[in-house]
Design a protein around this ligand. Sequence first.
Ligand code: G16
Length: 544
Amino acid sequence: MQPQVVDTTPFEGQRPGTSGLRKKVGVFRQPHYLENFVQAIFDTQTDLAGGELVVGGDGRYYNREAIQTILRMAAANGVRRALVGRGGILSTPAASCVIRKRRTQGGIVLSASHNPGGPEGDFGIKFNIAAGGPAPESVTEAIFARTQSIRQYRTLEGTPTNLDEIGRTRVGDMEVEIIDPVSDYAQLMESLFDFNAIHQLFNSGLFRMRFDAMHAVTGPYAVEILESRLKAPPGTVMNAEALEDFGGGHPDPNLAHAKALVALTKGPDALDFGAASDGDGDRNMILGKDCFVTPSDSLAVLAANAHLVPGYASGIRGIARSMPTSQAADRVAEQLGVECFETPTGWKFFGNLLDAGRITLCGEESFGTGSDHVREKDGLWAVLFWLNLLAVRQQSVAEILSDHWRRFGRNFYTRHDYEAVDAAAAEGLMHHLRILLPDLPGRRLGEQIVRYADDFAYTDPIDGSRSERQGIRIGFENGARIVFRLSGTGTEGATLRVYLESFEPDPAHHHRDTQEAMRPLILVARELAQIEARTGRLEPDVIT
Ligand code: G16
């Protein structure tokens, strides 16, 4: 294979968002578009030359083609060895696991997460650092800066690599090892959870569950772990076959997009447990019989019960949650006497805290939960954690949740998304709110008085780096909050997210319907932000 230097010119808009560069497949397929971004990674992450790199993705449309491009470019840029998941597959948490276990210099993960796939769908690419987590802003900004001045990239000519056979091969001078995408990860899960107890739960014949892989990457992981190792009945994993277009679905594990699973947990013949993961396997949704566990509550419940699980039996060091995530976990941290951190949205902000040993568990309202076992959020890990709790506590999901609320009080929580809003209108709305901020403290809005109102900024306690303008936060005297943010993962117009939270200490009111209980706060948020007037939208597109 002959090294080649190819002339190129910069593309606009290659700044990574909340989690890497996400665009429509058609954008990525423009000549040189992917190559420019990949070369910017090699130009700025100089440890990769002579080092080892993990490469894998969620198997969506364009995954294989992109991996061939990356392997040729990695070889031409002096990478010594690439580790690639068979078939080009690695779930995001599994990629993090492999980077850490094999001590590579980093990894390139291909995914647009929960966004739909296929020729008209989305694609994405992100760089994970040697610690296994998403690159921090300093790195993503350096990569972006390089994309703005790039003039050349390096690649090799040659035949494509066979991605489907486990074993070693070469691309130019670079060794390529095709690895089993599941085994390192499955082994890690066995080291954290009580597989015997979970197996007995399945074996009892009294417990029925489904895991919805949504035709995405967790299919093979869930079949191996749940059905082969834990002996759950065959068919426990639904939509197990990973497809390039996710079967035309939207692989986002929430009440709106996992409707078939949700239906199985309702009614007289309801399952005891339902769970789902997303396109790349890092998100999770937890359901019990007639019961949905919000991701914010899930984090709080896992933290309060971590001592019951072998991997966390010695206790947790601290908890972190993203700013828009409910404050349920804060109450647990307070009772456990451990630190609690509020970070901006984006898993990358947990990395330093995890590396420094300040936190053990972390989570986000966006269906992400994880721990220090890897540096990504981890869907199947959360499902196994819940299964382990159900096996040990011998209670239903609803009982565990009600117990938790009785002990800590309930943080009612909902998120309203307005999708594909005109970008200028969305910016205008945020600008309008920023102008209002200084006058809000002390003012009565609806039933409550504003205690603070700010545009959230975060100073990383480990490296002192500062991130500003991370979302409008309005906190009330009674513990309620309204948060407004524009999504950093959408690929069409702007997505306005309105996060709402209210605190209810009285168990007599814990079982109210969330939307009903939060109606007054929802109306306050709509009016304050002038949502209808500015976006033309009467109701949100997605409520979770
Ligand atoms: C990504 C990030 C998460 C973030 C989520 C939503 O998740 O990794 O940290 O909470 O996006 O971000 P936004 O509100 O900006 O759309 P994923 O699962 O898409 O990688």
